[in-house]
Design a protein around this ligand. Sequence first.
Ligand code: HSE
Length: 440
Amino acid sequence: MRYACECLHEGEEIKEINIGLLGAGVVGSGTIDLLARRGDQIARSVGARFAIRRILVRDPLRPRPVPIDRSLLTTDAASILDDPSIDIVVELIGGETPAVEYIAGALRRGKHVVTANKEVVAKHGSELLDLANRSNVNLFFEASVGGGIPVIAVLRHDLIANEITSLRAIINGTTNFILTAMEQGHGYEDALREAQRLGYAEADPTNDVDGTDATYKLAILSTLAFRTNVRPSQIEHFGIQRLSQKDFQYAAGMGYVIKLLAAADAGPNGIAASVRPTLIPTTHHLASVKGVFNAVLIDGDQVDKFMLYGRGAGARPTASAVVADLCAVAHNLQRNVIDRVDIVQHRLPVVDFGDTQSRFYIRLQVADRPGVLAAIARVLGDNEISIASVMQHETDETAGVAEIVIMTHLAAERRMATALTEIGTLDVVRETSAFIRVER
Ligand code: HSE
């Protein structure tokens, strides 16, 4: 073995594993701090001590939230990637480029990689895992989904004997915080401002609120769960920006909450995956996931339903996942093995989302006059969509406007979209205010 050794206890040999860290932001600083505080304990448990040898940063003079030996800082990635003494590259800079080049470069040079980068893993994960296999090194990415929740390890190892048929997840803490606040009566803008004030939402919250962040995470989970490559571009996604307080009130009255649900199913026709606001019965396991918490509900043919719940973001939970990956690399080094992931390209097709079925919730502003409900019901009927319930409220008697809320039975997404377009052209319909999937 090429690792330096030290003896912490009499007769016990602790190997030293050299780390090159890319990034010393929130998660990078959290990882440095955690290794400093728990290094001895971890060394005793795994028989290896992690020594951070160099840290890539953009600005070496920037103040950091934790004590960092400034002599380790560099602005030159090559000084880490080309250093033969570095065993593991830990990539925590985020974003697609240059992170993907750094990761691929490290793997090609025979270095193990630990990353928290959901965008890179979602878009390039299966190629990078192939490259890791060919280079006979490990690529771990526990921190890329669900922060401190060990869901990647569960899918890679613990559920390996299962055929997984379904995933349901709340995997974006920012949006779950906002939706929980809206459930409690706040408007979208107020809830977003509060999330920003508390540091849960970024100054530009677009990637979280439009569903992109959750889509990356669902692509990673689906790819591992179904052992077929699911790209973010194949996942139907909608954000939470257009949800109104009214929808939460109607949903509550009918026994539902609204969540940004990441859902993926593997059926006989292939995989259907989506991230979108969804009405969930208050009795559903995911309905009780509040605030910034995340949860993943997995359906495996051997274990049946299985749920993981915890903090999906933040320096400490995410650093916990990074350090767990480092320990997994250390274990593999001791046994001289690597972790392979069996992902078959196109093992299952990703189905057109229009062919999938759901119940739907629709809220419309309509003219309050005879025949309006009948006209809407006719369009739904013509598209073979059956109505489960209807509510109508007079909203403005003088203007003759009413609000109608319709819940449908199971209907194909494509038929529903056609029906909504037709409903939108009826002269009695002023506005389609909401169109939300309903989870059973
Ligand atoms: N922005 C993410 C969230 C955290 O709100 O869950 C990092 O993945």
